[in-house]
Write a protein that binds this ligand. Structure first.
Ligand code: PRX
Length: 655
């Protein structure tokens, strides 16, 4: 495979006369204005991208030291109205979703009008079950049309959706139902992924047994598994929406700009998952604008963002961003390897997808299976390829560009986070040359700053690594952690007063391009999915023979990072493959397959400071097989532990 060019600029010609933002000067004008005249700039964008029932009294109030941010005070709008109602009449027979089933024989098209109809009826069902403005609704559904329907129905009545990725197991689901104090759960009997059925309703049963406050479980019949429902707490989706008492139109609830639209749980470095809160006003504006500009999407184009709606990418670029812009997109239930490794490209060809967005881990997986899987399909409709979730390595960049992209599609490497709501640093088509591996320049309104962790000063030199902070609020940012503002403040605003901490490190080169170098906290990025060590550790210690564990990330060829678990067994337990398998099964059922440890290393003891804190950075180095520079080991209470860990590590094949 050839190396990628240092600078790729063919798109500047290809997007000439087409791109919404053309040329670096135009970008710089807009960007400068967004930083210097924050209120004027965003007021203009807010009018451009959204319909407001009532405009704001003021645009922005904030206090980063307290972690408080408020956009569009006094304004009123509704997310579901903006995604659906305002498109009615003008082209409402346009397709909102091309839905493609796990089984290639199954597909359907849903127009904006049809989506509107379904959302209204489901909103009526939620109301009839007593769901009110501000109530949380947990949605645990596979990638079927009913997933955006349920989200928009919540938004319509002002309920706060909390989507839980359907690949997560019962323990995770339970935690999220509990933490969000949801009384309503929307699910399906099962989900079909890669030709096998996952029994979602069984996971819900397990969770609801431990969440007695849940009074409604609405079940969509996806797989014909026919679980017995009690007809009181548990009801079928299709029966509920067909009730004659359910109206065809439910008036959209007037929502204040700062009212919560959804909660989305994400992993942080320590402790339990954080329920990040996104709002009706700022989030929607940022979702609409980044979708429009980063992918330069035109009204007639078809967009496909592959990540599951259970993650922020699916929320912003699978649901809200495209629908707010009245765009057609693809919703795919399955996985890229089923029935074969050409599945994505067969879907691209089938729907003539123009702009495509996925994670580098998927590209690395598909690249392993040859080029013919791509070349046998007609991918000539593709004009732009997006990348998200991890740094994209040169080989993956080149393969993505040369095969699906036929050597003509630019790769838009978008850096952002669950916290940010939408793209933060990203190339824009038509603006400037792309440097493969760099996410280029900040999006409008984003003011990044790199801080030298040793001195606490701003980094001075090009290509010097620093911790990545953001200096000013942007509309898409999360506002708080559900019912735990102090944790939110501490996680994001306490490192450097007045700055938002991203958790990543980065460099800025001599041309002003940003290069993300990875997390500097303990969050592990497995295939673009974010995992907290504490969550995996909590699952491992549920095993009766485990006394302690420490989980870290380590470099993994396909996934970017894999999960590496150090496990201490109770005295007298045998370090057997049987226990290893039990531990893996435990993690898979409690959290989900994505948290499966790649390697489990037995540890007679864990390296700790005298005050009992596990030295994770040391463990990260051992897991990576990097024994040369272990740092200051004198602070460890029992130094012999390290030698044992290194000896044991040498016998493990982890890559
Ligand atoms: O470390 C960064 C990495 O993913 C983290 C955010 O994960 P999450 O909240 O799950 O959101 C993923 C989808 C936006 C970031 O802190 N990350 C995300 N995009 C990139 C990236 N690292 C490098 N390059 C990217 N383009």
């Amino acid at each position: 495979m050839d190396k990628p060019p240092e600078r790729y600029d063919a798109h500047l010609t290809d997007f000439k006369g087409i791109a919404y933002i053309e040329g670096i000067d135009r970008y710089q004008d807009l960007y400068t204005r967004s930083i210097e005249d924050v209120e004027g700039f965003w007021a203009e964008q807010a009018r451009e991208y959204l319909s407001w029932e009532k405009e704001w009294d003021s645009v922005l109030h904030y206090d980063f030291e307290a972690g408080n941010v408020e956009w569009f005070r006094g304004a009123v709008l509704n997310a579901s109205f903006n995604c659906l109602d305002r498109h009615l009449g003008k082209g409402d027979n346009r397709v909102a979703y091309y839905w493609e089933g796990d089984d290639p024989a199954e597909s359907r098209q849903v127009t904006f009008r049809e989506l509107y109809r379904q959302v209204n009826r489901f909103a009526g069902v939620l109301k009839s079950r007593g769901v009110r403005k501000g109530d949380r609704v947990v949605i645990y559904l596979p990638m079927i049309v009913e997933l955006p329907v349920a989200m928009l129905a919540c938004a319509r009545i002002g309920a706060v959706h909390c989507v839980v990725f359907s690949g997560f197991g019962s323990e995770y689901l339970t935690d999220r139902i509990r933490d969000s104090r949801a009384r309503t759960v929307v699910t399906a009997d099962g989900s079909s992924r890669g030709g096998s059925i996952i029994r979602l309703k069984e996971n819900v049963d397990h969770a609801v047994q431990r969440c007695p406050d849940v009074d409604t479980v609405i079940v969509f019949d996806r797989c014909g598994l026919k679980p017995a429902l009690d007809g009181r707490r548990e009801i079928w989706w299709h029966e509920a929406v067909a009730q004659p008492s359910i109206p065809d139109h439910v008036a959209p609830e007037p929502m204040e700009a700062e009212d919560p639209l959804f909660l989305l749980y994400t992993s942080s470095s320590t402790g339990r998952p954080l329920g990040l809160v996104h709002t009706h006003g700022g989030y929607l504006l940022y979702a609409a604008m980044t979708t429009h500009l980063s992918f330069d999407l035109k009204p007639h184009e078809t967009f496909w963002s592959t990540p599951d709606v259970g993650w922020i990418t699916g929320h912003t670029y699978g649901v809200y961003g495209p629908l707010l812009n009245g765009l057609t997109s693809v919703l795919f239930e399955g996985v890229p390897r089923y029935p074969d490794f050409d599945r994505y490209w067969s879907i691209v060809a089938k729907y003539r997808v123009n702009k495509f967005y996925t994670a580098p881990t998927v590209i690395r997986l598909l690249a392993q299976h040859g080029t013919e899987n791509v070349t046998k399909h007609d991918t000539s409709s593709l004009k732009l390829l997006g990348s998200v979730g991890q740094p994209i390595d040169p080989e993956a960049w080149m393969w993505y560009h040369q095969y699906p992209g036929r050597g003509v599609c630019p790769i838009i490497d978008t850096w952002w986070q669950t916290e940010s709501g939408g793209h933060m640093i990203t190339p824009l088509p038509g603006v400037a040359a792309i440097k493969p591996g760099s996410c280029s320049f900040p999006f409008m309104g984003v003011d990044p700053v790199l801080i030298d962790p040793d001195t606490g000063d701003e980094v001075r030199f090009p290509n010097q690594e620093g911790a990545l902070f953001i200096r000013k609020p942007w509309p898409g940012m999360a506002r708080t952690a559900f019912e735990d503002h102090e944790r939110f403040r501490e996680t994001y605003f306490a490192r450097f007063p007045g700055l938002f901490f991203t958790g990543d490190a980065a460099k800025r080169d001599e041309d002003g391009y940003y290069w993300i170098t990875g997390r500097i906290d303990e969050v592990i990025n497995v295939s673009g999915y974010r995992m907290g060590p504490a969550e995996v550790e909590a699952a491992l210690v549920l095993h009766p023979q485990v006394t302690e564990s420490a989980v870290v990330g380590f470099p993994h060829r396909l996934k970017g990072q894999g999960i590496y678990a150090f496990v201490t067994l109770a005295a007298g337990s045998s370090k057997s493959d049987k226990i290893r398998k039990e531990l893996i099964d435990l993690v898979r059922t409690k959290i989900g397959p994505i948290a499966t440890p790649e390697a489990i290393q037995w540890a007679d003891g864990l390296p700790k400071t005298r005050s009992g804190k596990v030295l994770r950075q040391l463990l990260q180095k051992i897991a990576a097989g990097n024994f040369d520079n272990l740092g200051d080991t004198s602070i460890i209470s029992e130094p012999a532990i390290i030698e044992n860990l290194i000896r044991e590590r040498m016998g493990i094949d982890a890559s």
